[in-house]
Design a protein around this ligand. Sequence first.
Ligand code: SF4
Length: 82
Amino acid sequence: SLKILDTCVNCDVCEPVCPNKAISLGEEYYVIDPALCTECVGHYDVPQCIEVCPVECILVDPEHTESNDQLTLKYEHLMAKA
Ligand code: SF4
């Protein structure tokens, strides 16, 4: 999963580009739900939020590092539920 750092300026451009609807406004800044984030695996070659973030405050969450296979599996589970 990816993670948004507290340097987020709440610009809101990442929320609509997330194909998994994993991004929402948290208490102080935008947050990513690790259960929903596939790092865009299954949808795009690169994470869309990282592409659009103007302050580069999104990175791989050190507490939720996943292999490509794990992310693909998560993508498939999410698709099966949708
Ligand atoms: Fe925050 Fe970056 Fe998302 Fe803008 S694009 S809301 S700065 S994480």
